[in-house]
Design a binder for this molecule. Structure first.
Ligand code: SAM
Length: 479
């Protein structure tokens, strides 16, 4: 999980030149160069910014305002990439696929400094020209200079007004205003409308652009219990706490593994299953799609407290290894397997009392913590994912014992990945019933959760401050 992103910074500290905020010339790459390398690796190699950037910042020994500048420049550019591409295409008078990829990434970074940060325009332009030369696009330096000067002639608001001038649909306008692909806006709008909250689309899209604060889970039975009046506790999860410093690595309980960085929505998804009803000692629990092991760690702690046994399964061997590493310091007794979860119903029918299906999904519910994610997936990804989700849920319903529980969870609110998957799976099974998940959660949470109608719990960043997790508990009939 991403250890959080800083809130929007002015970028003034490093905005005037490529020197560090201390005034000395930095020994390693400048914040702008680091931002370029990460943005370019995301575009060229499908790299993950939240994994690459912290390593690059550490290696370059950037700290304080320089690290903040590099982070805001990288994440802000990636988050609004589609919007900046539209601006750049207008300013350049050509489609972005007709711009040299190195120059394009320099332009994207320049556009964010001009439109999304408070970098003085001359610094944004001059430093971008210098960057173009540095990264191997010296012949594009004049072009970068000319395009960015045109970009800087308008404010962000003026550019958005220009770009939305010919757009008639509300969703199309919101897509430009909040820098989301239109298919994502459609999916989010449909999900909100399904629970009668269509008017909240603007607020949801705005929340996607607001990086979340770092939330930790205190593993029960392992971490120091949270005091009832601890002001850093989160609103809903009984195990959630806000990182005071914003730097979890500075917390000794995090280094020892008994506190983990985990969104409150993910905590509630795991707890919905483990606390739906009291567990009987000896129960067998399964985390079917466990990599990289965030929810498995919480389930392992819950299982141990209840006298249950957890098995964690993950299809991708490298990710199964991450699960092993996540569990090693706190729950070495958990069996971790690398296998295709779709076969579990055949190989171990009726073998488990509780199963978590935290299915692979588009991740549209976690856009605020993964800056580039919204531009990485396309509408074409949804159908194959939904087919896989249906197979995994069906396998889980076969592998759960009569009377047992399955939690179907996604970090996406896309209707095709959530309600449609549950409806399709239940339509073919007389032996499975959707439980009233909001009612069950209401007995677990610290403060009442305002959830929409129906048997599923859909969390929302703009309403609950969590990722948009979807949680549906399903019970298999006793006989
Ligand atoms: C949403 S992630 C799970 C996150 C995890 N539960 C956590 O909290 O850290 C979905 C996982 O399912 C895995 N996966 C994909 N296809 C699978 C399959 N057929 N069987 C089991 N796992 C699968 C993916 O590799 C990915 O690690």
């Amino acid at each position: 999980m991403n250890p959080g992103e800083p809130r929007r910074s002015s970028g003034r500290a490093s905005g005037g030149a490529s020197r560090g905020s201390s005034g000395r010339a930095p020994a390693g790459p400048s914040p702008r160069r680091i931002a370029f390398d990460v943005v370019h690796a995301v575009a060229r190699d499908d790299a993950y910014a939240n994994l690459l950037l912290p390593t690059r910042i550490r290696r370059a020994r950037l700290t304080g305002s320089d690290a903040g500048f590099a982070t805001e420049l990288t994440y802000g550019t990636l988050r609004s990439r589609g919007l900046y591409d539209a601006v750049i295409a207008r300013a350049a008078g050509r489609a972005i696929d007709r711009i040299d990829p190195l120059a394009l990434d320099v332009l994207r970074l320049g556009a964010h400094q001009l439109l999304g940060m408070e970098t003085p325009p001359h610094a944004a332009v001059d430093e971008s020209v210098r960057l173009a030369r540095q990264v191997g696009a010296p012949r594009a330096a004049g072009f970068v200079n000319a395009v960015l000067r045109r970009v800087g002639e308008r404010s962000l608001d003026e550019w958005q007004t220009l770009l939305t001038a010919g757009v008639s649909s509300v969703r199309g306008i919101l897509a430009i205003r909040h820098a989301h692909p239109e298919w994502v806006v459609d999916a989010l709008a449909d999900a909100l409308a399904a629970e009668g909250r269509g008017a909240e689309l603007d607020a949801l899209l705005a929340a996607d652009n607001d990086p979340p604060r770092v939330t930790l889970v205190a593993l029960p039975g392992l971490a120091e219990p949270l005091a009832a009046d601890d002001p850093s506790r989160t609103r809903y999860s009984p195990l959630g706490v806000r990182s005071r410093s914003g730097d979890p690595a500075a917390d000794p309980e995090v280094t020892s593994g008994v506190r983990r960085v985990q969104d409150e929505g993910s905590q509630l998804a795991a707890l919905a299953l483990s606390r739906a009803r009291p567990a009987t000692p000896g129960e067998r629990w399964l985390d079917l799609c466990a990599g990289p092991g965030g929810k498995a760690a919480l389930l392992a702690a819950e299982a141990r407290a209840a006298g249950a046994q957890l098995v964690a399964n993950e299809a991708v061997p490298q990710r199964a290894e991450l699960v092993r590493r996540a569990l090693a310091p706190v729950a070495p007794e958990v069996e971790v397997r690398a296998g295709d979860g779709r076969t579990i119903g055949d190989t171990e029918p009726g073998a488990f009392d509780r199963i978590l299906v935290d299915a692979p999904c588009t991740g549209l519910g976690a856009l605020r913590r993964r800056p580039e994610a919204r531009w990485r997936k396309s509408a074409d990804d949804v159908a194959p994912l939904a087919a896989l989700q249906r197979e995994l849920l069906t396998a889980a319903l076969d592998a759960v014992a009569p009377g047992g529980l399955v939690a179907y969870v996604t970090c996406s609110p896309h209707p095709e990945e959530t309600r449609a998957v549950v409806d399709a799976a239940l339509a073919t099974r007389a032996d499975a019933t959707a439980l009233d998940t909001p009612a069950i959660l209401s007995r677990i949470v610290r403060e009442p959760l305002d959830l929409g109608p129906g048997t599923a719990a859909q969390l929302w960043p703009h309403r609950h401050g969590t990722d948009a997790m979807f949680i549906q508990l399903i019970e298999r009939a006793a006989h």
